[in-house]
Design a protein around this ligand. Structure first.
Ligand SMILES: *Cc1c(COP(=O)(O)O)cnc(C)c1O
Length: 430
């Protein structure tokens, strides 16, 4: 047992099965319900959380992932102190120039392309997984990754002094694998797609006893995503937005923003019941959007075929939770083509000066589509989540022309400048 001084302010109480409601102690290391095999969720004492949240005003709280630690699942203060100090609290940007293009006056971007330490939303969830690992007294962590879980695990494990093993599918983005090696992690590229890799890693986790951030530590991992909801609502002066547009892969981020919004209402931080959530996916991997748009609510697994690698999960573990989040809140979904995704990346770049990866392009293209379909109103306050950084993913970005072979003298350069002014920034010689 922890001494009181070694405890965080967490009000987490138990692990609870989402399906049959069976409860397990928080210390239990199983990640699936022993009764029905379904995923486990974390439950809290929300009355206690309400009281504890009122004890410390926001101005006196840490400006990082632990800001509202009452609603996070880590109870060991020593574990908490070693992770996530510099994560969380990314900017919320009023996208006036992009909004003008899309016909949305109150468009905001939650800019997790600047998330620390590894430039994607995954630092939020992996922070919780690594803190939980330390709480369990372990010193090795594995993960299976579409891209960004790997770099987040490599970074956060390095700082925590833990050995990391990153498993990628065959079609991994090489830049991210290189980054993992530079960050001191082992990288294993598997001969299969993400869903096959995921299944194999699940078996390896059981066989080896190695804790996997997004498999065995999943109930804790997922809780980190709620911090997006807490931050956005606070950044809007405790007035929840009308609409979130959220990129969905396994569905953790969208379903946990839903949970975070529900919790804010329960503990009296903000009224959030009118906030809608819409899911954004690439057409080449859109099992969640399809289930929402065809009205069935049934997830049919797909074989991914898209350049949006980091959100290419054909069999989304939290897909049913996303369908529930979207339908219960009255949102919708969009599936956009790779061409639309790359166009949206460039539009975001040229209007707001933010370079995102294809997952972020998916969000922006989906926001545009939902607005043009009238599923987002022109007057709504909309928060689109830019979940990852484009400087990591330029390998597959379509080339655009630039001027080459211009002589290094002021006359030739002035001529080129005239060309740019007359014909636009894509002008070239001759
Ligand atoms: C993982 C990821 C997402 C969303 O993933 P979920 O599994 O739905 O939580 C979105 N954007 C980026 C960049 C990601 O890496």
């Amino acid at each position: 047992m922890l001494n009181p001084s070694d405890r965080t302010r967490s009000c987490a109480t138990e692990l609870v099965c989402r399906d049959c409601g069976r409860r397990l102690p928080l210390l239990d290391t199983t990640s699936k319900c022993l009764g029905c095999g379904q995923g486990l969720d974390i439950d809290y004492d929300y009355e206690l959380a309400k009281a504890r949240l009122a004890e410390i005003p926001p101005a006196q709280r840490e400006i990082n992932i632990w800001r509202f630690e009452e609603l996070l699942p880590i109870t060991d203060a020593r574990a908490k102190a070693r992770v996530g100090r510099y994560s969380g609290r990314t900017p919320l940007i009023h996208a006036d120039r992009l909004g003008a293009e899309l016909g949305l006056k109150k468009l905001y971007l939650k800019d997790d392309s600047t998330q620390r330490p590894s430039l994607s939303y995954k630092d939020r969830v992996v922070s919780m997984a690594v803190a939980r690992l330390l709480e369990l007294g372990k010193d090795e962590i594995g993960c299976v990754s579409t891209g960004n879980v790997g770099t987040a695990v490599a970074s956060l494990a390095a700082k925590a002094g833990v050995t990391a093993y990153v498993f990628y599918p065959a079609n991994m983005e090489r830049g991210k694998a290189r980054a993992c090696r530079a960050l001191g992690a082992a990288v294993c590229q598997l001969d299969g797609n993400y869903d096959e890799a995921n299944r194999a890693c699940r078996e390896l986790a059981l066989a080896s006893g190695v804790q996997f951030a997004n498999i065995t530590l999943r109930p804790f991992y997922a809780e980190g995503a709620k911090t997006v909801a807490y931050e956005v609502v606070e950044q809007l002066d405790w007035v929840a937005p009308d609409h979130f547009v959220i990129p969905a892969a396994g569905g953790t981020l969208s379903s946990r923003v839903h949970k975070g919004l529900n919790e804010m209402e329960m503990v009296g931080l903000a009224e959030t019941s009118a906030t809608k959530i819409s899911a954004a996916q690439a057409e080449g991997c859109s099992p969640i959007a399809t289930a929402i748009l065809d009205g069935s609510g049934e997830i049919t697994p797909q074989t991914p075929q898209t350049a949006a690698h980091s959100i290419a999960i054909g069999a989304p573990g939290d897909g049913a939770l996303v369908v529930d989040a979207v339908t219960s809140r009255g949102g919708s979904a969009a599936a956009v083509t790779d061409a639309e995704i790359f166009e949206a990346i460039d539009l975001l770049g040229a209007t707001e000066g933010i370079l995102t990866e294809p997952a972020g392009g998916t969000t922006i293209a989906s926001t545009a589509k939902l607005a043009s379909e009238g599923k987002i109103g022109a007057e709504e306050t909309v928060v689109a989540i830019v979940s990852g950084n484009g400087y990591k993913t330029l390998d597959e970005h379509p080339d655009k022309p630039w001027a080459e072979g211009v002589a290094c003298d002021v006359e030739a350069m002035s001529e080129m400048l005239q060309e740019f002014r007359r014909h636009g920034v894509g002008a070239t010689l001759g």
